[in-house]
Design a protein around this ligand. Sequence first.
Ligand SMILES: Nc1nc2c(ncn2[C@@H]2O[C@H](COP(=O)(O)OP(=O)(O)OP(=O)(O)O)[C@@H](O)[C@H]2O)c(=O)[nH]1
Ligand SMILES: [Mg+2]
Length: 362
Amino acid sequence: MASPQWRSIPTVLFPQEILDKAFRKASKQSDLVEDPDKYHRTRKQMVRMIQSASDTIDVTLKKWVDKWPSLNALSEFDRALIDAAVGNDNYRKSLGAIQWAAERVRKISGESESKILRLRDIDGFHVARRHAYGRISSIVHQISPQILWLGEARDILRKLPSVDSAEPVIVVAGSPNVGKSALIGALSSGEPEVASYPFTTKQLHLGHFVHRRRPYQMVDTPGLLDRPMEERNLIEMQAIAALENVGDVLVFLIDSTETGGTSLDEQLSLLAEVRSLVTERPIVVAYSKSDLITEIPDDAEHLLSAINGDGIEQFRAFLIDLIGADVIDDPLSLPDRWHVDEIVLQPFGTKHEIQQRRGIDD
Ligand SMILES: Nc1nc2c(ncn2[C@@H]2O[C@H](COP(=O)(O)OP(=O)(O)OP(=O)(O)O)[C@@H](O)[C@H]2O)c(=O)[nH]1
Ligand SMILES: [Mg+2]
């Protein structure tokens, strides 16, 4: 499922701008009416004005509704992101109100036309046209809050990262400054894209690499984990839950050198919190800045350096294997090492954890 292309969503006009645009077009249309007879000409002009104005509004509003993706059609990842950014409820209600207004305006146009066709005097045509314009304006003003909301939401949503959740997604988390963005850079082919989450001032890095023609996307989660869980607001909590639960794998990066400014103990307690939050996805713990590490932590299975590249290729291969996007195309073939069932079923965890699961003491 491709991410919505927020950038292609048309600009949201202010309510008065929509009306101005519609009425301006309508006047031009009325100028085009030709009829030597004033009575018939005026009638045609007034009908043309109402039709044209309501057409413009109807088309403009419906285009918004069409261009904004329906939440139900989006991936869980995108829905969670939108919910965190602008609120899914507001999203639905605003688009609903706009759809309603488009239909109302169309109806008013129809009613006014039949009324004008029943009238018999030039003044009446003008009055009916003005009356129709008044009703149309009031409908558009009535949905003013929703139009304004949509305009603001568009600006926020345009900054959201675009992730194709049909392809593998690797989410990188960890305390500030542990090297999340640098790791994504090191694993990426090409420069990572820089986006931003609306709820943090920090920059977000999006990278990818390709393995067997499949893109593996990587997203980092800056600024989401720099305070204890209980101090975070609801929006951040949702964002964390969404991000960490949605990818295929969560890489938790630990900087055991503490040069990032967070003590190892704090990082480990953060890891414990994240473990309690992320129940649906495998968590891979990796140690960053291996070029600076003097004392190798006991349980360090993955030691990485974004600076000199140590461990990076092995880690990439490990992630590809863990995600397993390539395996079992042929339903009759068995995975490699199928007979070693524990390892096939539970390919991750530290050596110690695997041994524990298998009941082996160190
Ligand atoms: N020596 C060394 N320094 C590294 C390594 N990886 C990152 N750094 C340095 O650590 C600092 C932080 O790296 P970032 O990649 O920005 O860390 P981050 O986790 O993305 O930080 P935030 O986005 O602020 O949470 C930078 O000065 C990097 O140059 C590494 O492998 N070795
Ligand atoms: Mg970063």
